[in-house]
Design a protein around this ligand. Structure first.
Ligand SMILES: Nc1nc2nc(S)n(CCO)c2c(=O)[nH]1
Length: 159
């Protein structure tokens, strides 16, 4: 029985597009993964720690027979393969792969929170996600509505 999961890919060191391509190729080769829709790649201002290079971000839809913990372990292995050393929290990284959604499940275990707890405040996640699952409800609101709320918030704060 397969589960649809949305993954967020990000990076701001080295060649993030090459890191994305390598991670997606590895996912494509994995027997427990069927790769689905991919968002475009977005160039995004750093969120959280702002004194670092801008990021590239994208989102990918997968159908997986892996359990959520197994999918997380695979994402962490792909991050390491992409040369990721976990240095400072929210600091620059070559490749980051986060599980945004796993089916309709809500999971809150150490190291695995799904849907990702900060989706609603991150345009760099919502913009790519809106390209692959615009009508998915998260916290009772569609991804499209969440993206609009973040965009409006950004515009209002800049006034
Ligand atoms: N624009 C942008 N800012 C970020 N801040 C952090 S932490 N990250 C890593 C995501 O967990 C990002 C990111 O991927 N993109």
């Amino acid at each position: 029985m397969a589960t649809e999961a949305a993954l967020a890919l990000g990076g701001n060191l080295g060649d993030p597009v090459a890191a994305f391509a390598a991670a997606l190729a590895a996912l494509r080769r994995h027997p427990g993964i069927r790769l689905g829709r991919l968002s475009p790649v977005y160039r995004t201002a750093p969120w959280g720690k702002t004194d670092q290079p801008e990021f590239l971000n994208m989102a990918a839809l997968v159908e997986t027979t892996l359990a959520a913990e197994e999918l997380l372990a695979l994402c962490l292995a792909l991050e390491r393969a992409g040369g990721r050393e976990r240095r400072e929290r929210w600091g620059p990284r070559t490749l980051d792969i986060d599980i945004l959604t796993y089916g309709e499940e809500a999971i809150d275990r150490p190291g695995l929170q799904v849907p990702h707890p900060r989706i609603a405040e991150r345009a760099f996640v919502l913009a790519p996600l809106a390209q692959i699952m615009p009508d998915r409800l998260i916290g009772g609101r569609t991804v499209t509505a969440l993206l609009k709320a973040v965009a409006d918030e950004t515009i209002r704060r800049d006034e």
